[in-house]
Design a protein around this ligand. Structure first.
Ligand code: BJW
Length: 251
């Protein structure tokens, strides 16, 4: 582990352009369940992979919006953890050295921004802004849990509010995806953290960077679909290893 940490730190220090791709695992230590963890309590009989689809919303908008509202409130109550904080500091460190840094996240929780990261590319939208199914107009929800589902749109009597996230089968925000792909294609190093790397096109960014010659590093407590394709695998929790990586880069 020591040698791998040193190697990762020297790769990140030497790269002029660094791209970080995060997934649900980086927020696990903030108490937010990962996407492919089993749910608990009220929601344990529901499969997130079934609920996160336009088909589920069309079939049962009350159920799907209640689930997203429950998760939205969980995100509001969660706090960024040392992994989020280390990434915000890594951005400052690398920019201060004249390099470039792009943080691409699949997460919808906004914890990176709350930790101080800037310019975050949110591939799968975010859970705090909802939009009217009729007008497409977006709006934030109040900070307390809603009580009536589905949520009627205040903009159109025939419209509902849906979460501003990207469901399976929906396209990612085009400009955000393009910016992420351009950054990955120009990266000297790509660090993938806390993602099972099974959802595309996000997982494809790892291959895009590798094909362009970047050194790839993974942080995850278990091996993933990407582990056999990356150069350095750090089997560890993000909240423990990221501060240590940063310490080695700045000592
Ligand atoms: C820790 C930790 C700690 C724990 N520290 N780590 C190419 C091939 C095959 C399929 C496709 C393809 N291209 C497109 C597709 C179809 C589909 C897809 O990828 N399907 C695959 C699943 C088979 N993709 C799409 O539909 C995308 N749209 C699209 O491509 O449009 C064009 C198109 C349409 C139709 C056909 C073809 C093309 C849209 C994808 C949208 C994904 N949306 C979701 C829901 C968002 C809203 C919500 O949150 O509810 O995004 S699904 C879900 O998965 C969520 C996540 O962002 C995403 C990724 O999950 P993530 O982050 O990796 O979480 P987990 O739970 O899987 O993993 C957590 C990891 O953390 C684990 O590894 C743990 O070990 C680790 N961990 N503790 C570090 N402390």
């Amino acid at each position: 582990m020591e040698a791998l940490l040193d190697r990762a730190a020297s790769v990140l220090s030497a790269a002029k352009r660094v791209v970080v791709l995060t997934g649900a695992g980086i927020s696990a230590e903030s108490g937010i369940r990962t996407f492919r963890d089993t749910m608990e309590g009220l929601w344990k009989e529901f499969d997130p992979q079934t609920l996160a689809t336009p088909q589920a919303f069309a079939a049962d908008p009350a159920l799907v919006s209640r689930w997203y509202d429950h998760r939205r409130i969980g995100c509001l109550h969660a706090e960024p953890n040392p992994g989020h904080a280390a990434l915000a500091q890594l951005q400052q460190t690398l920019l201060g050295r004249g390099g470039s840094f792009t943080l691409v996240t699949q997460n919808v929780d906004r914890l990176h921004q709350r930790a101080g990261s800037t310019g975050v590319l949110e591939l799968h939208g975010n859970i705090h802004i909802w939009r009217c199914t009729r007008t497409g107009r977006e709006m934030p929800l109040p900070p307390e849990p809603l009580t009536e589902f589905p949520i009627r749109s205040p903009l159109d009597p025939a419209g509902l509010l849906r979460p501003g996230v990207v469901w399976f089968g929906e396209t990612l925000p085009a400009e955000t995806l393009l910016a992420a792909e351009e950054a990955a294609s120009a990266a000297g190093a790509l660090l993938t953290i806390g993602t099972s790397a099974v959802v595309y096109p996000a997982a494809g960014l790892i291959d895009l960077a590798a094909a362009a010659g970047a050194t790839t590093i993974e942080i995850n407590p278990t091996t993933t679909a990407a582990s056999s394709r990356v150069d350095v695998v750090l089997i560890a929790k993000a909240g423990l290893v990221l501060p240590e990586l940063l310490r080695r880069m700045t000592r």
